[in-house]
Design a binder for this molecule. Structure first.
Ligand SMILES: Nc1nc2c(ncn2[C@@H]2O[C@H](COP(=O)(O)OP(=O)(O)OP(=O)(O)O)[C@@H](O)[C@H]2O)c(=O)[nH]1
Ligand SMILES: [Mg+2]
Length: 350
C-alpha cells in the first residue's frame, strides 16, 4: 500500500511524514512550490504477528509494509494551476491520499484557516483532473472526426466526470464512478480515497472540524509536532509519554494504518512456519484463490485447497496439533472469502 502525503506549503506534511516513518527528513523554512519528495517504507504494526512470531520462533518475521511519500510542490497560490509532472508522477501511483491541513499558527503564514485550505486543496486536485478529462474528450472528438469509433462506455464515464468536476465536485463523491475499472488508468487525484489529517496546535483541544466520514474519506486529528517527536523514540518510551500527556495510546502510525486499511477495504491474512511468519495484505472479500496469488502465481495456478484457522481459534487452541484435535482447522476451496486474521496453509501442486 502506498500513501501520498499532500497539502499546502507549511501544513506540516514533512512533520507528519517523520512521525509516521521515524525518519528525520528536513523541516523546511517556508518554501512554497518547492517540489521535494521523501519516501519511507514502514512495517504495519500488528500485535497478532508479534504473538505468532513468539509462538513459532521463525527465522524471519515479515510484517506487511506501507510506503509513505511526502510530496511537496502545491504552490498554495489563490488560483489552481497545472501541477508539475514531477508532482503528478509521484502522486498518481498512490492508493490513498493523506491530506494534511494546518490548524496552528505558522511563523510566515500566520493564523490557520482549515476550511479555506481544504477547499483550496480540493480545487487544485479537481482542476488537474479536469485538465486530463478535457484533453481526453478532445482526443475522442478528433478521433471520431477521423472515423474512429470511441469506447462509448468510457466516453460516457468521462462526461460524468466532466460534469462533476465542473461543478467543483471530486470524482470520489460518486463512489461507483471513482471505482470504475475503465477509469483506473487515468489515476484521477480526486477519485482517490483520502484521509484528511488536521494538524492541531499542541495544547488546543482536538476535535473534528470537517466531520468527514464518507465512503471514501475520513477526518483524523493529530498534534503533528508531538507525534514527530514521539516518532523518534522507542515504542516503550513513546507509550510512557503518551500516557503522561493523556494522548491516545496508539501511535500515529498505528492509527493511520488502521484507518487506511479500513478506508481501502484491506485485510491481512497470515502464513506461519519454522522459517517464516508473515502478514499479507488483500482486499476484503478476496477469495482464497486470489489470496494464493498474493503469495505467488504458482500457488494460485496449482491451487488444491486452503487449510486454515482463524487467528483467535489458533490462540485459544495454543498449537496447530491441538487445533486439529478440536476440529478447528478447516479445509476451504477456491471460492472461500478470506477473513481478516485467517492463518492459511495453501496446498498446491505445480
Ligand atoms: N505548532 C505547530 N507547528 C507545526 C506543527 N507541524 C508542523 N509545524 C511547523 O510548521 C512548519 C512547516 O512544517 P513542515 O512539516 O515542514 O511542513 P510541510 O508541509 O512539509 O512544508 P513544505 O514542505 O514547505 O510544503 C515548521 O516550522 C513546523 O515546525 C504542529 O503540529 N504544531
Ligand atoms: Mg515538507
Amino acid at each position: 500500500m502506498e500513501i501520498g502525503i499532500t497539502g499546502l506549503p507549511g501544513s506540516g506534511k514533512t512533520t507528519i511524514f517523520n512521525a509516521l516513518t521515524g525518519q528525520e527528513a528536513k523541516i523546511n523554512d517556508y518554501a512554497p512550490g518547492l517540489v521535494s519528495h521523501n519516501i519511507g517504507i514502514v512495517n504495519v504494526p500488528d500485535a497478532r504477528i508479534d504473538k505468532l512470531s513468539s509462538i513459532f520462533e521463525p527465522k524471519k518475521t515479515i510484517y506487511a509494509t506501507v510506503q509513505y511519500i511526502d510530496i511537496g510542490g502545491i504552490s498554495g497560490d489563490d488560483t489552481p494551476k497545472e501541477l508539475s509532472d514531477v508532482f503528478l508522477n509521484a502522486i498518481r501511483p498512490t492508493d490513498c491520499l493523506l491530506e494534511v491541513i494546518r490548524n496552528y499558527d505558522h511563523p510566515v503564514l500566520g493564523s490557520p484557516d482549515p476550511e479555506k485550505d481544504l477547499k483550496y486543496l480540493d480545487g487544485e486536485l479537481i482542476f488537474n483532473d479536469l485538465v486530463v478529462v478535457e484533453r481526453r474528450l478532445e482526443r475522442i472528438e478528433n478521433d471520431k472526426k477521423r472515423g474512429k469509433k470511441p469506447d462509448t462506455e468510457e466516453e460516457a464515464l468521462l462526461k460524468t466526470c466532466y460534469k462533476l468536476l465542473t461543478d467543483e465536485l471530486p470524482i470520489r463523491s460518486e463512489p461507483e464512478i471513482a471505482a470504475n475499472p475503465k477509469l483506473r488508468g487515468y489515476t484521477f487525484l480526486s477519485a482517490k480515497p483520502r484521509l484528511v489529517l488536521v494538524n492541531h496546535e499542541e495544547g488546543e483541544e482536538i476535535k473534528d472540524i470537517f466531520g468527514l466520514s464518507g465512503h471514501l474519506e475520513k477526518e483524523l486529528s493529530f498534534y503533528g509536532k508531538i507525534e514527530m517527536e514521539l516518532g523518534q523514540l522507542s515504542s516503550e518510551e513513546a507509550l510512557e509519554f503518551r500516557k503522561d500527556m493523556g494522548l491516545d495510546e496508539r501511535s500515529a502510525l498505528d492509527l493511520l494504518v488502521r484507518e487506511s486499511y479500513s478506508l481501502l477495504g484491506l485485510i491481512s491474512f497470515f502464513t506461519t512456519g519454522k522459517d517464516e511468519v508473515r502478514a499479507w495484505t488483500i482486499r476484503r472479500g478476496d477469495t482464497a484463490y486470489i489470496a494464493a496469488n498474493a503469495i505467488h502465481s504458482d500457488i494460485q495456478r496449482g491451487f488444491i485447497r486452503a487449510e486454515l484457522i482463524s487467528y483467535n481459534d489458533f490462540i485459544t487452541s495454543g498449537t496447530m496439533v491441538e487445533a486439529q484435535k478440536k476440529g478447528r482447522l478447516r479445509l476451504e476451496g477456491k471460492e472461500y472469502p478470506v477473513e481478516d486474521g485467517d492463518i492459511i496453509n495453501f496446498r498446491f501442486n505445480v
